[in-house]
Design a protein around this ligand. Sequence first.
Ligand SMILES: Nc1nc2c(ncn2[C@@H]2O[C@H](COP(=O)(O)OP(=O)(O)OP(=O)(O)O)[C@@H](O)[C@H]2O)c(=O)[nH]1
Length: 394
Amino acid sequence: MDLFRKIILVGEKGVGKSSLKARLDTNLLFDLEQEVEKTSLELEQMDDQDFFLGILELLREESLEVIVDKYYTNNEYFLFMYSVDSLDSFLKILELYNHISKLKKDRNFKMVLVANKTDLCTKNERKVSKKKGECLARKLKCPYYEISVKTGEGVDSSFVDMIHHFIISKTKQKHQDIVEDFKNLFHRQELTDCSFATNSGKKIKAHRLILESRLAPCKVKTIRKLLLTVTHEDASVFLEWVYTGYTHPSKVSLITSMCETISVQFKSLSGVTSVIKNLRNLYKQESSKDFTLKVKKESIKVHKLILVARSELYRGFFLSIDKSTKSVKDHSKNSTETMKSLIRFFYTNRLDGNKTKNFMKEIENSIEYFQLNMKSSLSSQLPTLKKNKMCQIM
Ligand SMILES: Nc1nc2c(ncn2[C@@H]2O[C@H](COP(=O)(O)OP(=O)(O)OP(=O)(O)O)[C@@H](O)[C@H]2O)c(=O)[nH]1
């Protein structure tokens, strides 16, 4: 499997491809490479996978054939660029799109449409309206960005969006259960232990464990000050991102600026890998665990909140018991090894194949017993479920 993700810049001569590439190389790409590398390290441990990011600039149109032929692996993304001061460059996009579709024998390749040189709009040199650009993007079913490589306007945020959209979202699909579980944990507003006022006075609640572990070393006190300055809706968008690592592309700039205010890095906390990394740290952090599961003769220490997020059975249980209860006897009939694997899975989204092969059946039954997310990636890691498509939970 080719794990090299490529972004291929295509467009008419003079639209600004080399300038964009140079800007990304010197400015943002370094950071992104770091991020992707970091992500790949995580993935390596989790999935024996790895990926890299590269940017290829199409210097001559004739080399399209070579690039498509040589690099076509379904892992590349086309960035179609035109310049807002050139109608010809805009018309060229459709021509290039048809050309690539023909070469790939496919119309559904991944792409974005970028309109460059928006700085010229102020000098009335604009020949292609925003409406025309958006209309073409709708036709080609792809995201649309307006940028100025010269001034930098829109470059970093559009590129960060694109990376999230195209690359990190692949990981998201794989770990959709974690993203959903933590999104639900936030929006249900259950078992919360801190409450924040927003600028309208309306309050929003959250879980200290999640905030402090995700945003460390930033303190709840700092978050309180930040949320007081924003609307309830923006506070909700921000907190959902803290819990899940994801937000809608249109909210990236909002969250980036909120992050700057509290001196945390948007990029390093984005994506499901960053959430899993955080959970893994919690898994190792015995001192902050606040509940004990008594399984046979052993005791397994856990964070109540993680169990609430990952299992509907535990959620119901913790909602019904007194807050002061600190332990419970496990009634699942699972072996201690199964329970340990399951708890580890709650934090890491990964089953240890070697350790679990002897008690696969128990793990399999646990999906139903503990009422795990229907998209649980636990099912995709069980060979018996993998083989039997009827049972596969997607
Ligand atoms: N005003 C303005 N000029 C830009 C912008 N981006 C690039 N340019 C200028 O446009 C010209 C062409 O830029 P390039 O980056 O060489 O364009 P290209 O698409 O790589 O062109 P080829 O290499 O010929 O295919 C240069 O003079 C750049 O300085 C922009 O955002 N605004």
